[in-house]
Ligand binder design. Structure first.
Ligand code: FES
Length: 113
């Protein structure tokens, strides 16, 4: 669902530890949030290999171990803290990071807001 300007992207409760959530930014870009070991990060949902969405099923952005972001198309693996591709055809390139902040109530916002 596309978030209106100023609205939070999500609440931490939607991101149980080691979980992911697809969102649509107010400008219409597809993005996703991941929470790995309690740290939340966000990226555009566009693989740095072919520019396609990473997930094959809704909200499935992490590999089975829940530690790395995975592209379902060719299996590239990305670090959740930086978006750097560490395995696969785009190794060394990065996902486009979305700056976010988490407020005291656990709401996740775009950092520019
Ligand atoms: S399109 Fe993502 S690894 Fe090829």
């Amino acid at each position: 669902m596309r978030q209106p300007p100023g609205a939070p992207l999500a609440h931490l409760d939607q991101l149980a530890d080691t979980a992911a959530l697809g969102v649509t930014l107010p400008d219409g870009r597809a993005a996703f949030l991941v929470r790995v070991h309690g740290r939340v990060s966000a990226f555009e949902n566009r693989c740095s290999h072919r520019g396609v969405p990473l997930e094959a099923e809704p909200h499935r952005f992490l590999e089975a171990g829940g530690e790395l972001i995975q592209c379902a198309m060719h299996g590239a693996l990305f670090l959740p803290e930086s978006g750097e591709c560490v395995f696969g055809p785009c190794q060394g390139r990065r996902l486009v990071a979305i700056p976010i902040s988490v407020d005291a109530e656990g709401q996740v916002h775009l950092a520019m807001e």
